[in-house]
Design a protein around this ligand. Structure first.
Ligand code: HGY
Ligand code: MN
Ligand code: MN
Length: 438
């Protein structure tokens, strides 16, 4: 795999594309359900507004656009047939990421990858004299803006990309949001037909592969002083909602030896998550939600509910940690006279990026002038590529995000790194196109 550059585009065009991406990240940040924070969830009015903007930008880059049966926004550039007509049934190389967010989010997680994908297609599109833009390759170029990668509204992540991967489960229709609105109702209110969800699914033979640019959401590139990295694999994930049951009692009159304090049991459990995961290599566990009931200042909590987000480079190591945690929770709750139960709300296996797509991403990075060997990182964050890996080869390009802070308003990325990422992603596509096709 040579790293010679294949993209002959003037630096000022790359810089202009990067500026456009940054400006559009700011514009999308203003489309939020909250006045003083960024929050965009699946099947919301903000989802509809942002899809309209993304569709406009995809069309401006020459693509034909559609919203699929799961609410994902898609752009497509057909290649030309030998007679010069559009090859509407050509398999596609898909570039994309997601436009939904966590609560109080940053403005780049997912978003920058969708916007970079649009710029890469714009750079690579051929525009026959006066004709509609075309893909210069024997395959089509598609951009997909996935929805509900985060799982913020209904608790289960990767819904939009699961639909594209043909892995939608009927049981999900009953998932309800904090207001009790089910996924089925939300579909109908958004104008989607639950009965047609199957139409979002893509077949493996329709795809050449999937490439996703995304901020690292960790400190590694920042610490190394490097802008870009290829990704080797994406962490497997399991998410749980846990309930601890004790006994609500008077905060003043109940002596300690009579208490069955559910919050203290949950708190010990959260510390056990940290202790057990830190002892394991590449396993990360987080308790992000913790609530005490009845939640009065003068009542010993009779119930506590908390979340667990558990990830690992390999599924079996992650599952061993879950088994160890379960035994620890038995001990904690037994000692405190409490009971506990867990409901699994999300599970996604680890996904390994295809060697060829790792190679073309590294070649793309090398061609933008990275001096030292191109880093290849394991992704502790989950991504839509985890779903799409079920139907085609996937590759990812990481961008440095200063200090690694993410899922936070201070999430950042530099225009220079976005420009380098656009060039590297475009070069990766050109290297892939140069590969002998099966
Ligand atoms: O949670 C994650 O890892 C991703 O940001 N959805
Ligand atoms: Mn995220
Ligand atoms: Mn993301």
């Amino acid at each position: 795999m040579t790293a010679a550059t294949r993209l002959h585009v003037a630096p000022d065009r790359i810089a202009a594309a990067a500026r456009r991406v940054m400006a559009r990240c700011d514009e999308l940040a203003r489309v939020s359900a909250a006045d003083d924070a960024i929050e965009r969830v699946y099947l919301s009015p903000e989802h509809a507004r942002v899809n309209r903007l993304a569709a406009e930008w995809m069309r401006e880059a020459g693509m034909a656009t559609r919203q699929d049966a799961a609410g994902n926004q898609i752009g497509r550039l057909d290649p030309s047939t030998s007679s010069g007509s559009a090859a509407a049934d050509a398999p596609a190389l898909v570039l994309g990421s997601h436009l939904d967010t966590v609560p109080d989010a940053g403005r780049f997680d997912g978003i920058v990858g969708v916007l970079m994908a649009i710029e890469v297609v714009r750079l690579l599109a051929e525009t026959p004299d006066g004709g509609r833009a075309r893909s210069p390759f024997p395959f089509a170029l598609e951009t997909i803006a996935f929805w509900d990668e985060e799982g913020t509204r209904f608790g289960r992540a990767l819904l939009g990309s699961s639909a594209v991967a043909g892995r939608w489960e009927a049981a999900w229709w009953g998932l309800a949001d904090a207001d009790g609105v089910t996924l089925r109702q939300a579909f109908l209110e958004f104008g989607l037909d639950p009965g047609r969800i199957g139409e979002a699914a893509r077949r493996p033979d329709e795809l050449v592969g999937y490439l996703e640019a995304h901020i690292e959401q960790g400190p590694e590139l920042h610490r190394r002083g490097q802008a870009l990295a290829a990704v080797s694999s994406i962490a497997s994930a399991r998410r749980f909602q846990l309930v601890v049951e004790g006994e609500a009692r008077h905060a003043g009159g109940t002596p300690y030896d009579m208490r069955r304090d559910a919050l203290l049991g949950a708190s010990e459990a959260a510390l056990a998550v940290e202790r057990i995961c830190r002892a394991e290599h590449h396993i990360i566990g987080t308790v992000g939600q913790l609530e005490a009931y009845p939640g009065a200042v003068n009542v010993v909590p009779g119930e506590a509910r908390f979340s667990l987000d558990l990830r690992g480079e390999f599924d079996d190591a992650r599952d061993r940690v879950w088994d160890a945690l379960s035994l620890e929770l038995d001990e904690i709750m037994g000692r405190r006279g409490l009971r506990w139960r867990a409901r699994e709300t999300h599970a996604a296996p680890a996904v390994f990026c295809a060697p060829l797509l790792q190679d073309v991403v590294r070649a793309g990075i090398a061609s933008v002038g990275a001096l030292e060997p191109t880093p290849t990182l394991f992704s502790r964050a989950g991504h839509d590529a985890m779903s799409i890996g079920a139907i085609t080869d996937v590759g990812m390009l990481f961008l440095r995000n200063p200090d690694g802070i993410s899922h936070h308003p201070d999430e950042a990325v530099s225009a220079a790194d976005v420009g380098a990422g656009i060039r590297a992603l475009a070069e990766a596509v050109l290297h892939l196109a140069a590969e002998p096709r099966p």
